[in-house]
Design a protein around this ligand. Structure first.
Ligand code: ADP
Ligand code: MG
Length: 257
């Protein structure tokens, strides 16, 4: 009888977690155990494991992951989100672009400010992914600020960006509001800088998309090679055509200039 009850409770808990995970809108399902800390030495595994105790949510603090494309920012955010869901916290994941678009659209309808922001202000943990990857409209900060402000000291945010804080004025097109946003965001927060190589590039290299640069003098350079950013720590490598497509798709929008 006891065993039956336990099984029933376990099944119920699993259903609950599955439902909450669906509601969180995570872009993929990856855990901390799937993260290769050895590949990214700029990340302190102990610190991340410590974050997974979720005290930062308990204390309504924010976490910020900064770094170039492909270094695992979203993976870590998702992994912490999955831990949070297991601990019965509510989570909502959205890219900054979609968040601003949603808020802008709703502003045109007849919702009150509170109603339209509920989806972003209610969850215990809001993940705002990819700040600075795309150019925002001039008015973006006006839609962003109230959400950050409303969550200030009432709920946690995990935020990822490929831009250093110094460029945020540029991202939002309004340095005064950007400062106000940063002020609230950073007051109770931990910033994790990731200075590594893209994991995707590592995988592509392994799959043979890269070949060593031929040592030819005065070789005519392909147009692309002038613009090709060299990820930190990457040895000089020529890009094969197939890889070059992947590379430029990702990096042309991902540079902190
Ligand atoms: P970012 O958000 O920094 O651009 P992602 O978190 O999306 O990067 O990572 C890109 C891909 O590489 C994802 O599939 C992610 O799971 C994987 N990845 C990144 N870093 C690692 C790592 N250290 N160990 C395992 N997988 C990783
Ligand atoms: Mg990402």
């Amino acid at each position: 009888m006891d065993k039956l009850l336990q099984e029933e409770l376990a099944a119920k808990r699993e259903r609950f977690i599955r439902m909450k995970t669906r509601m969180a809108h995570l872009p993929f399902h990856k855990t901390l155990d799937q993260f290769d800390f050895g590949f990214q030495p700029s990340i302190d595994e102990r610190r991340i494991r410590d974050l997974a105790t979720l005290l930062f949510i308990e204390h309504q603090e924010n976490l910020i992951f900064l770094g170039p494309l492909g270094v695992g920012k979203t993976h870590l955010a998702v992994a912490l989100a999955l831990e949070a869901i297991k601990q019965r916290y509510t989570v909502y994941f959205i890219t900054s672009h979609d968040m601003i678009q949603t808020t802008q659209q709703q502003a045109h309808q007849n919702h009150t400010i509170k109603q339209k922001m509920k989806i972003f202000t209610k969850p215990n943990l809001l993940i705002i992914d990819e700040i600075g990857y795309r150019k925002m409209e001039d008015t973006a900060a006006h839609f962003f600020f109230p959400i950050i402000s409303e969550r200030y000291e009432t709920g946690s945010i995990i935020l990822t960006s490929n831009k250093s804080y110094g460029s945020w004025g540029e991202i939002f097109g309004d340095s005064v509001l950007a400062t106000a946003i940063l002020d609230r965001l950073l007051h109770h927060s931990t910033t994790n800088n990731i200075n590594g190589e893209s994991y995707r590039i590592k995988e592509k290299k392994k799959a043979g998309f890269f070949r060593p640069e031929p040592q030819v003098k005065n070789r005519h350079k392909p147009v692309n090679s002038i613009a090709a950013p060299s990820p930190r720590g990457t040895p000089s490598l020529a890009l094969t055509e197939e890889f070059s497509t992947v590379y430029f798709e990702e990096f042309s929008i991902g540079l902190d200039k």
